[in-house]
Design a protein around this ligand. Structure first.
Ligand SMILES: [Mn+2]
Length: 500
């Protein structure tokens, strides 16, 4: 969906989720200014049981003059559109107001499928990033609106744990690009908690339950802002005998929880998703994640069960649900696996010196992260099918690849790589320069579908596992039996062909 698609409506209502956070407010506010600018009648609202009380949010709203209103009831006319931001219309965390025309702009896992006008990018760190990209696509430069720029920056800041948990290149682009009010951001950073919040945190830490076998601790807090749950779990994780922890509270709409992990065998995001599976939503990243369990769905699925009992059992079930394979200590039996050959896929490449003068310092930004390098006639950038970039020497390139005719195109790719000249700050989209090649090497693997969920530590990354689900494939390179990895079922079928 594009923002300009919504310009057919003259009345536009933007709704944040209940208990709005910095991200939801900033995303809604940026949209508000965009539509105002297009001479629309716009309102920015939120509903639910609680009014905004967090000191940083009150300050943000005051200082940036954000016209957000609390509403108990809302009438959305048939010629009006209701846009939910940082949440999905019909989901548990946003009050449902009857509306005929609905749009969703969000960055959480999709949970609502009956709305057609949506822009949902679950891989992004904040909804502010989704909105920022949509504004860019419309040629709306947020740096012309300092309050909008500051709001979006703060939205990303609050949703990525102060930029600590920022991974996606687009999130980094937002962080680098917007010209925000540094003094206001500094003030907001230091108005995060009330005295009551600190008291809740203190009380939650007094009692805990502990699962010895898995070095996992569970804490229960009084009803509070989800940010406080994160604060408590950050503290708890620093205890020497706690490797993972879950902090939660119960409200009458459901359970909010926060998950932390400091061991490589558990990704907090995965554990959070597991805890809420089928009855809510959960996610985040490797170390930090959170989620919500929907009260009604819980009651339907687990009638009569208490939440403490559920969380206990579910956490144990999580630890029992997967196998772990370490690349250098795997007991996979290649005799029982099937031999496959990797199909020769077209890859992209860019001879760097054709774009940048020799010696130019460069920052390459791709879906797999940032790489710093310097332009040289001996360096090529390779671009893989998911948009990942890796530098390769010209010599190695000519040994392993052959140039072919025709363009190299990536369809539906999350982020096409960009290169920034670190001296001038100028950014270049590689799309204009990329050429196509294919591998001249033949790659064979032994593979078999997984019978159980499996985590694999490959020889290429010892800190982070690849996660495979039942029916994904576990593969071993024929020429290197320590090169073990997982290939998602659909990708496997598209890229490998059976030999034996
Ligand atoms: Mn958000």
């Amino acid at each position: 969906m594009k923002l300009s698609d919504l310009l057919i409506y003259d009345y536009i209502i933007i709704q944040c989720h209940d208990n709005p956070d910095g991200d939801s407010i900033s995303s809604g506010y940026a949209l508000y200014e965009y539509f105002k600018n297009k001479d629309k009648n716009v309102r920015l609202v939120y509903g639910g049981r609680f009014r905004i009380t967090k000191p940083n949010l009150i300050k943000m709203i005051e200082e940036l003059n954000i016209p957000i209103e609390y509403v108990d009831e809302l009438i959305v006319g048939d010629n009006e559109v209701l846009i939910t931001v940082d949440c999905q219309y019909g989901a548990g965390n946003v009050k449902r107001f009857p509306a005929k025309n609905i749009a969703i702009i969000d960055h959480h896992q999709q949970e609502i499928y009956d709305v057609t006008m949506t822009e949902i990018k679950p891989y992004l760190g904040s909804c502010a990033t989704v909105v920022w990209q949509m504004l860019l696509d419309e040629g709306f430069d947020v740096n012309q609106y300092k309050n909008v720029a500051t709001a979006l920056y703060y939205g990303l800041f609050t949703d990525t744990n102060s930029f600590v948990e920022i991974y996606h290149p687009l999130d980094k682009d937002l962080q680098d690009h917007v010209e925000y009010d540094i003094n206001l951001i500094r003030k907001l950073k230091n108005a995060n908690f009330t005295l009551r919040d600190i008291e809740i945190a203190g009380m939650a830490l007094i009692r805990y339950s502990y699962i010895d076998d898995y070095r996992c601790a569970i804490f229960k807090a009084h009803p509070c802002d989800p940010n406080i749950l994160g604060f408590i779990s950050d503290l708890a994780l620093q205890v020497d005998v706690i490797d993972t922890c879950v902090v939660y509270n119960e409200t009458n709409v459901g359970v909010y929880f926060s998950v932390r992990s400091c061991i490589r065998e558990v990704m907090a995001s995965e554990m959070a998703a597991f805890l809420a599976e089928g009855i809510g939503s959960g996610g985040g990243n490797m170390d930090k994640a959170g989620g919500f369990i929907h009260e009604e769905k819980f009651d339907r699925q687990y009638p009569g069960m208490n939440k403490d009992g559920y969380l206990h059992n579910r956490i144990k079930a999580y630890f029992d649900s997967f196998d772990i394979i370490y690349h250098n200590n795997n007991n996979l039996d290649i005799e029982r696996m099937v031999l496959y050959k990797k199909k020769n896929l077209t890859l992209g490449f860019v001879p760097v010196a054709e774009v940048f003068k020799e010696g130019t310092p460069l920052l390459v930004r791709s879906i797999k992260g940032d790489i710093e390098t310097v332009s040289s006639p001996d360096t090529y950038f390779m671009i893989g099918i998911t948009g990942e970039v890796y530098p390769i020497s010209k010599e190695k390139f000519s040994k392993s690849y052959k140039v072919i005719d025709g363009p190299f195109q990536l369809k539906n790719v999350e982020y096409f790589p960009k290169v920034k000249n670190r001296k001038t700050g100028q950014t270049i989209d590689l799309r204009a320069y990329v050429k196509a090649c294919i591998s001249t090497k033949e790659i064979f693997v032994y593979a078999q579908p997984l019978a159980k969920n499996t985590k694999v530590f490959t020889k290429w990354d010892s800190s982070k596992y690849m996660s495979g689900k039942v029916n994904d494939y576990i593969a071993i390179r024929q020429d290197d039996i320590e090169d073990v990895y997982i290939i998602e079922n659909s990708i496997f079928n598209a890229t490998y062909q059976r030999i034996s």
